[in-house]
Ligand binder design. Structure first.
Ligand SMILES: [Zn+2]
Length: 115
């Protein structure tokens, strides 16, 4: 299935391909503040349809994860990172997807505070 997503103002638009079976709520210092619900997919399954450099990039700590955000509206639709095996991954903030029933998506809680 292909999902369509965007930031609030539409400056960042994307599609993501896959089966959305669940999402992760993390309590690390940034996820807790953003309130994002994350769905991890191979980076190749995420197609950003706007100019990718329009998205700002925020990194901290080990700078391993690129937290991508809209410079206009401030929404964080996705992040990018490389998994331990070297595969490029994307973490989609499913709150930015259109046409899904958020309340019906199983959410598991991840203790990321120590990372
Ligand atoms: Zn925006």
């Amino acid at each position: 299935m292909t999902y369509t997503g965007s930031c609030h103002c539409g400056g960042i638009k994307f599609t993501v391909e896959g089966e959305l079976a669940g999402a992760m709520a993390c309590n690390c210092s940034i996820c807790q503040r953003k309130g994002s619900l994350l769905w991890f997919v191979p980076r190749g399954k995420l197609e950003v349809q706007t100019w990718e450099d329009d998205a700002g990039t925020y990194t901290f700590n080990k700078h391993a994860i690129k937290h991508r955000f809209c410079r206009t509206c401030g929404i964080h639709p996705y992040g990018e990172a490389t998994d331990p095996k070297g595969n490029r991954m994307a973490a989609i903030n499913i709150r930015c997807l259109e046409g899904i029933d958020l309340a019906a998506i199983p959410v598991h809680h991840f203790d990321g505070r120590s990372l």
